[in-house]
Design a protein. Structure first.
Length: 477
């Protein structure tokens, strides 16, 4: 089996992506490293093989060939090389490695040693479209605040193997409220490269409690949109914060710092999460409840099992989740803004030019998304970042103020701000809108028109038409 991993390396202070390929062939149980400098090849071979064996993992019968895409004089490829060897020998599954970069030097005992300038590498990984970055535990703080990137700190090779096999890491739950300040992670350079369409969609989702689908082309950071929506959401009231904190306390999570206890929670849902973890039990709240009043990020939507997708239905439709057991039954809140993320092809390539999926293969992959779920999604986003900065992009602070004003107007119009899953009285929703806007909206609903003349209504309907167009014909990129 051929395997591929990637490492973010430094070359004269410039970060670049190096591919590490592994292949298992017939022969003695040995490891051969190609493509690196002779000294690095020899040292990497000795460290990787010793680390795998000293971590209690068995070395396969056969020759493992490791090949780097370019010569590299550093030892920070060790972790990626070990992951490629384990993947080639089917000791770990591939799913979590499709959009993951790895950095780290291995000790002979399997420990992962720190490397220099991880923040520069993390920014490069996010720009390249990676969603996860595995780093030495000692370097974790350097990469945690990079938007669009989830940091996976590992102290040893066994930590990496555990995560690749579906286990949790300190970077995932229960750390669901990353960053006290909504502006802390957004440098001016990162903000300027956001797509205006994505920013507008995020503001609409934050203000109206809408669910969003982000189908990302290769190279698009898929975790940037949920973080953007969460950054635009207003702080919780004291009453709301107490409710949210209570559920997180019942889940056994540590109390948030005083500076961040008013921020809406951010919770990830992964394809290998169980029904019990998603829905919860009578004794412990699940992910749907922990994300209440915040953002629930459903990663790799086409990879979700049908049973997990069905568990999401009541939360999407009513904002609640029912728990039934022999000891009784209980209804719990599950009013989160859900952001569904999906790559537009099965290979998960981080570069469009390297994807070899045919339109038919991409169509079959996206067809795994159930139609009933799409009916509960209001916003569709394709691109989150742009190549050239947009000088007309509003500031984060002004957008947050606009979201707060929109929720206040909604609260005045129908007595409460909109929450995910709640039913809205149509007559109250259109109260105060111009008569021509109401006519255009009703005509669009009645005749299925995709492009009304009024800009705001056109933008709303274009999200739906863009989503359906991609799912029906995924060929263009």
């Amino acid at each position: 089996m051929e395997a591929l991993t990637r490492v973010v390396t430094l070359d004269d202070s410039q970060a670049r992506i190096v591919d590490i390929r592994a292949d298992l062939s017939v022969g003695d149980a040995t490891l051969r490293v190609h493509g690196l400098s002779p000294t690095v090849s020899r040292e990497t071979r000795d460290r990787v093989r010793a680390a795998i064996r000293n971590s209690g993992l068995s070395w396969p019968e056969g020759v493992v060939h490791l090949t780097a895409s370019t010569a590299h004089p550093r030892s920070d490829v060790d972790l990626a090389a070990a992951a490629a060897a384990l993947l080639a020998t089917e000791a770990v599954p591939v799913r979590r490695l499709t959009a993951t970069a790895l950095i780290g030097e291995l000790g002979l005992d399997g420990t992962v040693r720190p490397v220099p300038d991880v923040r520069t590498r993390a920014i490069a990984a996010a720009v390249a479209g990676f969603t996860h970055l595995v780093v030495p535990a000692a370097n974790a703080a350097e990469a945690r605040d990079v938007p669009g990137l989830t940091t996976v700190p590992v102290a040893g090779l066994n930590d990496l193997v555990n995560w690749l096999r579906g286990g949790l890491t300190p970077a995932q739950r229960p750390e669901s409220r990353e960053g006290a300040s909504p502006t802390a992670s957004w440098t001016p350079e990162a903000w300027a490269r956001l797509s205006p369409t994505a920013v507008r969609a995020a503001a609409v989702a934050a203000a109206g409690g809408h669910h969003t689908l982000h189908v990302a082309a290769p190279g698009t950071p898929i975790l940037l949109l949920p973080r953007l929506i969460r950054a635009l959401m207003a702080d919780l009231t004291d009453t709301e914060a107490l409710e949210v904190s209570t559920w997180h306390f019942l889940a056994g999570e540590p109390a948030p710092d005083r500076s961040e206890h008013l921020r809406p929670p951010g919770v990830p849902l992964l394809p290998d999460d169980t029904i019990a973890a998603v829905a919860g039990s009578l004794s412990r709240p699940g992910l749907l409840t922990l994300a209440h009043r915040g953002v629930l990020t459903v990663e790799d939507l086409p990879e979700l099992s049908a049973r997990i997708v069905e568990v999401l239905r009541p939360a999407l439709e009513h904002g609640t989740i029912g728990i039934t057991a022999a000891a009784g039954a209980e209804s719990r809140p599950a009013g989160a803004r859900v952001v569904f993320t999906a790559r537009d092809c099965l290979c998960g390539s981080v570069r469009a030019k390297k994807c070899r999926c045919t339109p038919a293969q991409r169509a079959r992959y996206l067809a795994r998304i159930p139609l009933w779920l799409l009916d509960r999604v209001d916003l569709f986003v394709r691109e989150v970042t742009v190549a050239e900065p947009d000088p007309s992009l509003p500031s984060l602070e002004s957008l947050r103020e606009g979201v707060a004003r929109a929720r206040e107007r909604a609260r005045y119009r129908w007595g409460a701000a909109p929450e995910p899953g709640t039913k809205i009285d149509y007559t109250k929703a259109i109260a105060g809108l111009p008569a021509d806007a109401v006519r255009e909206l009703e005509d669009a609903i009645r005749h299925g028109r995709a492009h009304p003349d009024i800009a705001d209504i056109w933008l709303t309907l274009s999200h739906r038409s863009g989503m359906l167009s991609l799912l029906r014909n995924p060929a263009p990129r």
